[in-house]
Design a binder for this molecule. Sequence first.
Ligand SMILES: Cc1cc2nc3c(=O)[nH]c(=O)nc-3n(C[C@H](O)[C@H](O)[C@H](O)COP(=O)(O)OP(=O)(O)OC[C@H]3O[C@@H](n4cnc5c(N)ncnc54)[C@H](O)[C@@H]3O)c2cc1C
Length: 441
Amino acid sequence: MGAGEPTRYDALIVGASLAGCAAATLLARHGLSVALVERSPDPAAYKTVCTHFIQPSAAPTIERLGLVPALEAAGAVRNALDLWTRWGWSHHPGHDVLPHGWSIRRERLDPIVRALAAGTAGVTLLAGWRADGLVHEHGRVAGVRVASREGRERLLRGRLVVAADGRSSTLARLAGMSARTWPNRRLTYFAYFRDLPLATGETGQLWLRDPELAYAFPNDDGLTLVTCWALQRDRAEFAQDAEAAVRARFATLPDGPDLGRGTRVSPWIGRLDMPNVYRRATHAGMALVGDAAQAADPIWGVGCGWALQTAAWLADSAGPALAGDGDLARALEGYARVRRRTLAPHHLAICDYSSGRRFRAPERLLFAAAARDRRVATSVHAYAGRLIPVQRLASPPLLARAALVLAAGRVRGRPQPAAPAPPAGEAPHTPAASRRASGAR
Ligand SMILES: Cc1cc2nc3c(=O)[nH]c(=O)nc-3n(C[C@H](O)[C@H](O)[C@H](O)COP(=O)(O)OP(=O)(O)OC[C@H]3O[C@@H](n4cnc5c(N)ncnc54)[C@H](O)[C@@H]3O)c2cc1C
C-alpha cells in the first residue's frame, strides 16, 4: 500500500476470496469506492481445501458478475449429478429442466474472481495486508487496522465494513461476535484423477451410502475429482493410509469408477474437522458474507454458491444506501433478513445431517421414489441444487406423490423402499438402464 493511497472508503472488505471479491465488484458497480484487503500477497492465491461444485442456486449471481465467459474459457464444466441411494439412481432431469452450476478447480476459479474485482473501477485491492484490529466509533465498527508482512501498520476506514474472511472470521472475533456451531461427524479426503471415465459420462456421481458419501465430479482440464466422506470413527484408518481407505470404498460403489484405470495427479487432500458455523449477518454496522456468516457441512457443496449469493444480497441492500446516502442501518437489516430467510432453513437441515445420522422416514420415502419417478427426482435435485427451500421438498403433495409412486411399484411387485441395502457393488440398476426406466435424459 503506497503512502499516498486513501484510507477512507465507502466500503472496506476483508478477504479477497469468492465472497469478498463478489461483494467488492457489485458494490463498486454502484459507483462506490471499495478497499479489498487480503492477507495473501499472491493474486493467484486460492483455497486448496474445496471440492468446488458450485450449485445452480449461484448461477444468476455468476451470470450477473459476468464471469461465465472467463470460467468456461478456463474449462469450467456445466455440472449436474446423478444421485445414488440404496434404492437406485436418481437422475438429474437435464439442464432443460433445472439450471446448471459449474465445476472448476479453485486454482482457476479464485484468480478469475479476484481479477474481476481488482479490474473493477472503484476497487482497490490491498494484497498482502492482514486485518488484525477494528476501529470503533459511536458503538459501530468504522474501520480496520491492517498490518503488512514487514510489520507496517495502517488504519483504514469504511462507511461499511464487511467481513469476508472465512469460517474462522478474525473480524467477527475482534467484534466480539459469538458463533453458533454444530459438530460435523464426517471427515473427507479427495484427489484429482486423469483419464477416469464415469459410467454417467459428463454427469457427476454422488453416492449417498447413508451415512458415508462419495463423489466423482468431472472438472476443468479433463480432471475428475474423487472424494470420500467417512465418519469420524474411521479417523485412524484414514490417518494410517488415506489412499487405501478411499480406494477400498470406491471399489464397492455401485457403478463407481475404477480408480485403478485413472492416474492420480494430486496428493490426497484431507480435512478432518469441519464444524458447522452460523453467525448473525450484521453486527454493530458490520456485515458478514460467505463463510464468515455461515459455513455449513461441505458434503452438500453449498459454500461457494452461498459466498457469491450473500455478497450479491449485501450489495443489493447496502449499495443503493451507500451511493445515495440512504439509511444504511435499514439496508443492513434487509440484507440480514434475506440471508436468514433464504439460507437458515437449509443450514439447519445440513447441520442435522452432519451428525452422521441415518436417513429418516421422509428422506427414505423421497429417495426411494426419486429412483423411480422423474417428478420426485426433479424436486430432490432442485433441493440439492438449493433452488427450492426445504419446505417445498417436505411438502405434503410431494410426499403424497412419493408414497403413491412406491405403492404403485409395490402393486407391480417392484423392490420395496424399506428393503435392506443391497450388498455393496450390487446396484438395483445400472445408470443407463435406470435412466431409461425413469424417463430421464
Ligand atoms: C472439504 C471442503 C470441501 C468443500 N467443497 C465445496 C464444494 O464442493 N462446493 C462449494 O460450494 N463449497 C465447498 N466448500 C466450501 C467453500 O470452500 C467455502 O464455502 C468458500 O470458499 C467460502 O468462500 P469465502 O469467500 O466466504 O471464504 P474463503 O474462501 O475462506 O476466503 C476467506 C479469505 O479471507 C482472507 N482472510 C482471512 N483472514 C484475513 C485477515 N485477517 N486479513 C485479510 N484477509 C484475510 C483469506 O486469505 C481468504 O482469501 C468446501 C469446503 C471444504 C472445507
